[in-house]
Each structure stands twice: as C-alpha cells, then as structure tokens.
Design a protein around this ligand. Structure first.
Ligand code: KG4
Ligand code: ZN
Length: 344
C-alpha cells in the first residue's frame, strides 16, 4: 500500500468504541468513546454491556473520526477493522459495521490483529511531525496491557516470535485486581501510578516470581496473592502514607518482574531496538525502567507518541493495516470472522 493511502480503522475489541483515520502512519484523527463508567460497577468489563454500548456508539464514533480528519468516505482507500483477539460480542459489532460500510462505499477491507496493533503503535506519528527513523530489525517488543503481557521478537514487519508471555494474569489485570482489593476503582493502573508517586517502592518486600525458571515467561498471580495475604493480616485500616507505600511497592513488584525477565532475554537475544506498547505503557515508571535497560544495552527505545495510543484505540489498527495488512475485496469479506483468541 502506498505511503499516503487513507484508511478508516475501527476497533471494538474490548470496552472502548474506537475509530480513526490515518494517512500512511500519520494519525489524522483518533476517536475513543470510552465505556469505563458503564463497567465500573462490575469491577471489570461485562461483555453484553460492552456489545450494546458499541452498537449504540459506533456510528457516531466513525462519523466524528471522519469529520475530524476532514475526510469523506469516498476519499478512503480502505477500511480496517480489528478481527481479534478480544471479547467475541464486542468484536462482532466492529466487524459487522466495517463490512457494511466497506461494501456501501466500495472499499477493500483489511482485518487486523489487535496485539499487532499495540506492537506497531510506536510507529504512529502526529501530523505535526515527520516520520521517525526507519526501524532497525531485529526488534524486541514488550506488550503490556490489561489482556496481554508478552515479549515479541520482531524480525521484520509481520514476522513475530513470542519469546515469553504471562502464564496467568496480564500485568494490567494484576494491577487492576490489586486496586480492587484496595478499593481504588476500575481500571486501577492509573490510580496506582498516581499513589505510587507519593510512596516508597521498597517499603514492602514483594516476592520476585519465577527466578528459578530459566525461560522468559512471567507470572503475576503470586503478586496478587501476596497482596491478599498481606491485607488479611492487617488489623486496622491503612493510613494514606501506608496506602501510597503499598501502591508504590506493588507497582514496583509488577514492573521489576517484567524487567528481570526482559534483561535475561536480552542477554541471549541481541536486538537493535526495544519497543513498549499496550495500556500499561502509559505508566511513566515502567517507561523509565525500560528506557534504562535500552540505554544499558545500546538499543533505541520507542514508545507511542501519546498516551492515547497506549490504551485501546483505532489509530494503531490503521497504522498496522498500512504496514502489514492485506486488503480483501467484497467477495472475500465473509472470510473475515471474529477471532476472540487470535494469536500473533
Ligand atoms: O491496552 P488496554 O487499554 O486494554 C487491553 O487491551 O487490555 O490496557 C488496559 C490496562 C488496564 O489494566 C489499566 O489498568 C492499565 O492498562 N493502565 C495502566 C495505566 N494506564 C492504563 N497501568 C499502569 N499505569 C498506567 N498509567
Ligand atoms: Zn488492547
């Protein structure tokens, strides 16, 4: 696909209805209708509620994305949509809408993997900046979100090898569950980050998981259990400073585990660049820890240019469609089905 092609991208993989217009890897608009408030009372995402909200919001979200980009449907070269992984009923809404629109506007449709979207989100750039330096392969991408935590070796665009992944909870999910036990609301990651700034990360001695295992897999469920056991032993409510120390220590334990495994991995696999993507990549402490590792290893470090590109969004889907996507004609649209467990 040429560098300047216009793509309308749609993502409804989880609890955000997202639409974006990209021109090559330039983001012209990036609209996200959040459902956070709807899911707050469940302390997590409720699939049928997500489906209904996507259905209600998708039309307006796409309309706003086109309007902000000053693009009419006829100007588009293609439509892109997240095929998976994600919640089946939620994915279905985006795919159905994308098929209908692409057919009506006579445009090809590009199915995209949501994890690949997080991975390539570091290459998106705003209108005000020119394209950054060409990526130097091989690259190690660290994807840390509410649904995934993995180390991916990128040998070229579209060629991925997962070298390590969480065996249980994702890092963001772990932070959310810890936050729930501390009554911090949902999602808790950003709140924990704010409280952690006021606390001491070494106040509590959390375990470092899987040090006896030589591979690069991770496990966060033990950290969650450590929190539960610690809270159960407490006889009186925490003071504010104690809560800040608790958050700083818990956050540090989660990130230290990722960094410990990452450093082991980089000792074996030599790469030119280190990338960080996914919702938790918005965290400044995690960025700092990874930037230090990159510097120590003489690697270039890349994160998305704005926090909006870390959380679920459709701009990353558009950029991925441009860089690695395969455009399908209307007669092949039926082959695009939701893939809730799609791997890289
Ligand atoms: O990528 P994302 O929006 O959705 C998934 O595909 O999972 O990631 C959401 C996750 C949540 O677990 C949320 O708590 C976490 O990212 N998160 C953060 C921060 N912002 C979002 N975790 C730590 N620090 C943050 N600033
Ligand atoms: Zn995501």
């Amino acid at each position: 696909m040429s560098a300047h092609q216009l793509i309308l991208a749609i993502d409804t993989s989880c609890d955000d209805t997202a639409a974006s217009v990209v021109k090559g890897t330039t983001v012209l608009s990036n609209v996200v209708a959040s459902q956070t408030q709807l899911h707050k009372e469940y302390g997590g995402v409720f699939p049928t509620v997500a489906k209904l909200a996507h259905k209600e919001k998708i039309e307006a979200t796409v309309h706003i994305a086109l309007k902000r980009a000053r693009v009419s449907p006829h100007d588009l070269d293609a439509v892109a949509v997240t095929q998976g992984p994600g919640l089946a009923p939620a994915l279905e809404v985006g795919i159905t809408y994308a098929k209908k629109s692409a057919e009506e506007w006579k445009k090809p449709l590009i199915p995209v993997n949501h994890i690949e979207g997080h991975l390539l989100s570091v290459l998106a750039h705003p209108k005000t900046k020119t394209v950054g330096a060409e990526p130097q392969f091989p690259i190690l991408s660290v994807i840390v979100s509410g649904g995934h935590t993995q180390f991916v070796l990128v040998s070229s665009y579209g060629k991925y090898q997962v070298l390590g992944a969480t065996l249980d909870d994702a890092a963001g999910e772990c932070l959310d569950k810890i936050g729930r036990m501390l009554n911090l609301g949902y999602p808790a990651g950003p709140v924990i980050e704010e409280f952690a700034k006021l606390g001491n990360p070494t106040a509590l001695k959390f375990p470092l998981p899987l040090t006896m295992v030589k591979n690069f897999d991770m496990s966060f469920s033990g950290l969650k259990t450590f929190v539960r056991n610690t809270l159960e032993k407490q006889t009186k409510p925490m003071t504010k400073p104690e809560l800040y120390d608790f958050c700083a220590s818990a956050q540090f334990a989660v990130f230290r585990h990722i960094c410990y495994k990452l450093e082991k991995l980089l000792a074996v696999h030599h790469v030119a660049e280190l990338w960080l993507g996914g919702g938790v990549a918005a965290n400044m402490t995690l960025r700092k820890m990874l930037r230090n590792i990159a510097r120590k290893n003489g690697m270039q470090f890349r994160v998305p240019y704005t926090k909006k590109l870390c959380a679920d969004n459709a701009a990353m889907i558009g950029v991925t469609a441009k860089l690695t996507g395969k455009a399908l004609k209307v007669e092949d649209f039926t082959s695009i089905e939701r893939l809730p467990r799609m791997g890289l």
